[in-house]
Write a protein that binds this ligand. Structure first.
Ligand code: NDP
Length: 477
């Protein structure tokens, strides 16, 4: 046994992760169901470091130093269970199975429980950054036992991305499914970020009349300020790209139907179960769904809309500044909602997740990496029990300064008939939280009227019911 770590599942992610370990000086055992991929990896990249190619599960396990660290990078779902079934009988107490796939955290909790009975540590681990990140440094979100992190953490810290201050973009998130839960919400926030950027683009195009190339320049400028982030950076690249075949802007030759793999949907489903309002993320998932309903859209194209009133050049430039404000304010809200979901998950499952640390390890390597995350970390550093990011003085001030422009952008969007569901949902959330009174009081009255569901009063303790069908007197419930 000579390998400090092993990777099974050598598609793009597994292969690049294995190379990343090897480039960092670790001896890496590699294995894949189809052995040709194992041979190809060793042949093509063998010069990058020490690899031990294993054709069988037995050889693979035998190649690993104890306690064994076995990273699984296969298709999430049934394949993960199949691989566990194959390897678990070959392992010994103290060994670790590290699942780096995009597993649902509930599956991770189940697998962790089952393997714990055999004394095997199951480390459900979120990995973000795509294939490029896997090779050069991803953001890594390991769950599982503290003990497993002691044996695995230093290696993950070595291969992970580093934030601008040099700190590794990985940390022990919490027990069992905590890592995959946090990765799930990361992806949900990613959906929201992408949707907000898409709305900003469409407003700049349809309301302000800018071309894709001009909008690319606007995004490049934004990327030098507080919106500095990977997603803004690549948005500018995509918008500036010209299709070679037609000479048209690339964005105009791509079909406008967004696809999804499921982690955004999970984020919303789990938020519904936990009762956490993640309206910005939900709108982002629904916006992709709307885009994909081609028949519905075709059948609706004739519906009436407002008369477009394009802005003049100077107005357009002022409007672009307002859109930056609206985008930033909406972004604060979607992160507020995402971190609320992590806090709620952590409470529900007793994970004790450190929210500031989550912001910290998202600063590099992952798709939502951004200067903004430093601010979030600072907010939680200043106050670990911050009930909401909006309760942070700095964010509250910025959103307060942005709100007039945010509202103006939504007025323009509404009047010109440009959908901006992410901006609108974010503003509605902000206004709802600010409100002295919500119409939920009326909702409670309706519920009591038709279903005797009772209500609580503002002036007295207890639950009450009004005899709506009778003399409308009030009774205690
Ligand atoms: P895929 O999700 O396409 O999975 C392909 C790999 O799974 C191959 O190695 C394949 O082996 C193996 N596999 C499939 N079914 C089985 C099975 N029943 N038993 C054993 N092995 C099986 O690969 P990716 O590299 O794209 O992703 C790997 C994991 O990482 C996934 O869970 C994905 O969700 C996650 N992930 C992916 C990211 C990305 O950007 N692609 C980013 C972050 C996470 P074979 O060669 O024999 O077919």
């Amino acid at each position: 046994a000579s390998a400090q770590i092993g990777v099974t599942g050598l598609a793009v992610m597994g292969r690049n992760l294995a190379r990343n370990f090897a480039r960092n000086g670790y001896t890496v055992a590699v294995h894949n169901r189809t052995a040709a991929k194992t041979r190809a990896l060793v042949e093509e990249f063998g010069h990058e470091g020490e690899f031990v190619g294993a054709e069988t599960a037995e050889d693979f396990v035998a190649a690993l130093e104890r306690p064994r660290r076995l990273v699984v990078m296969v298709k999430a779902g049934e394949p993960t269970d199949a691989v566990i079934k194959e390897f678990a009988p070959l392992l010994e107490p103290g060994d670790m199975i590290v699942d780096g796939g995009n597993a649902h955290f509930a599956d991770t909790r189940r697998r962790e429980r089952e393997l714990r009975e055999q004394g095997i540590h199951f480390v459900g681990t979120g990995v973000s950054g795509g294939e490029e990140g896997a090779l050069n440094g991803p953001s890594i979100m390991p769950g599982g036992s503290k003990e497993s992190y002691e044996a695995l953490g230093p290696m993950l810290e070595k291969i992970s991305a580093k934030a601008a201050d040099g700190s590794p973009c990985t940390a022990h998130i919490g027990p069992d499914g905590a890592g995959h839960f946090v990765k799930m919400v990361h992806n949900g926030i990613e959906y929201a970020d992408m949707q907000l950027i898409a709305e900003a683009y469409q407003l700049l195009r349809d309301v302000a009349g800018y071309s894709p190339a001009e909008i690319a320049d606007i995004f490049r400028t934004w990327n030098t300020g507080r919106l500095d982030s990977y997603l803004i950076e690549i948005t500018a690249e995509v918008l500036a790209h010209v299709d070679a075949a037609t000479g048209e802007p690339f964005v105009d030759v791509v079909q406008d139907q967004a696809e999804q793999k499921g982690t955004g949907r999970w984020t919303v489903q789990i938020a519904l179960d936990l009762g956490v309002p993640v309206s910005g993320i939900a709108e982002a998932v629904f916006a992709r769904a709307v885009s994909g309903h081609k028949d519905l859209r075709d059948a609706s194209r004739g519906l009436a809309g407002p008369k477009a009133q394009p802005l003049g050049k100077e107005e357009a430039s002022a409007f672009a500044d307002q859109v930056e404000q609206a985008l930033y304010a909406s972004k604060i809200v979607s992160y507020t909602q995402g971190f609320h979901e992590i806090a709620a998950g952590s409470d529900a499952y007793d994970w004790n997740v450190d929210l500031g640390q989550v912001a910290s390890i998202w600063r590099g390597g992952c798709i939502i990496r951004a200067a903004f995350l430093d601010r979030i970390r600072a907010a939680y550093d200043a106050r670990a029990d911050l009930p909401s990011l909006l309760a942070d003085e700095g964010f509250a001030r910025e959103i307060g300064e942005a709100q007039d422009d945010w509202r103006a952008v939504l007025v323009a969007a509404t009047l010109q008939g440009v959908p901006a569901p992410g901006f609108a949902a974010a503003l509605a959330y902000y206004d709802a939280l600010r409100a002295d009174r919500l119409p939920a009081a009326l909702t409670q009255g309706q519920r009591d009227y038709f279903g005797a569901h009772t209500y609580r009063r503002t002036d007295r303790e207890g639950s009450f019911h009004t005899l709506w069908g009778g003399d409308r007197s009030e009774v205690g419930a």
